[in-house]
Ligand binder design. Structure first.
Ligand SMILES: [Cu+2]
Length: 186
C-alpha cells in the first residue's frame, strides 16, 4: 500500500515538473526581443549604471549616455525593469533655490546625431518601488522604450553609494546630491 501511494505521488510530481518545464521556456519572447534590439541599432547606450541602495530605500536612479547617430531625432518615452514597480524619466530643476525632480511626461528627446547624458543632478531614470536593495557589483536589467528605435535592453551596473559616474570614471560630484533632493520620496 505504502509503495503504491509513493508511486502515485512520484508520478504526479514528474508530471508537474514536465508541465513546468514546458511553461518556463518563453522561446518566442526571447526571439522577439533579439529581433527588436537588432532593429534598434540606431540608438547606442554606454556607461549605464546605478547606485547601491540602503535596505528599505524604495527608489534608485538610472544613469547612462544615450547616443543617436541617426539622422532623425528620437525620444525616450518610458522604461521598464523587473527590479522596480515603475521606472520614470526625470529631470531636475531649481525651484526657489531648491533642487526638485519632476517626471518628463513626454519623455526625453535624443537629437539627431547627438547624445544625451543621464547623470546625477540632471536627467535620470527613477526606479520606483524597488523589489530588493541594489547591491554594488550587481546589475539591474532595464528596457528603454524609444519612439522610433523601439525597445533597447540595457544593464545598469550597480556602483558603490559614493560613485558619481560609471565604473572607471572619477568625476567631481559638485554641490549636487541626488539622494538629498526634495520630492525624492514616492
Ligand atoms: Cu528622480
Amino acid at each position: 500500500m505504502t509503495f503504491r501511494m509513493k508511486g502515485a505521488a512520484g508520478a504526479f510530481a514528474l508530471a508537474a515538473a514536465l508541465l513546468q518545464g514546458c511553461n518556463s521556456e518563453p522561446q518566442s519572447e526571447a526571439t522577439q526581443a533579439a529581433a527588436s534590439s537588432t532593429e534598434a541599432a540606431a540608438i547606442a547606450i554606454s556607461g549605464a549604471w546605478t547606485r547601491e541602495t540602503a535596505p528599505g530605500q524604495s527608489t534608485g536612479g538610472g544613469f547612462m549616455t544615450i547616443a543617436n547617430p541617426g539622422s532623425e531625432a528620437d525620444r525616450l518615452v518610458s522604461a521598464t525593469s523587473p527590479a522596480a514597480g515603475e521606472v520614470q524619466v526625470h529631470t531636475v530643476s531649481m525651484d526657489n533655490g531648491v533642487m526638485r525632480m519632476r517626471q518628463l511626461e513626454d519623455g526625453l528627446e535624443i537629437p539627431a546625431g547627438g547624445t544625451v547624458e543621464l547623470k546625477p543632478g540632471s536627467f535620470h531614470l527613477m526606479l520606483i518601488g524597488l523589489k530588493q536593495p541594489l547591491t554594488a557589483g550587481g546589475t539591474v536589467p532595464l528596457v528603454l522604450h524609444f519612439e522610433k528605435a523601439g525597445d533597447v535592453e540595457v544593464s545598469l551596473e550597480v556602483q558603490p553609494v559614493t560613485a558619481t559616474g560609471p565604473a572607471g570614471t572619477d568625476q567631481p560630484m559638485g554641490e549636487m546630491d541626488h539622494s538629498g533632493m526634495a520630492g525624492h520620496e514616492g
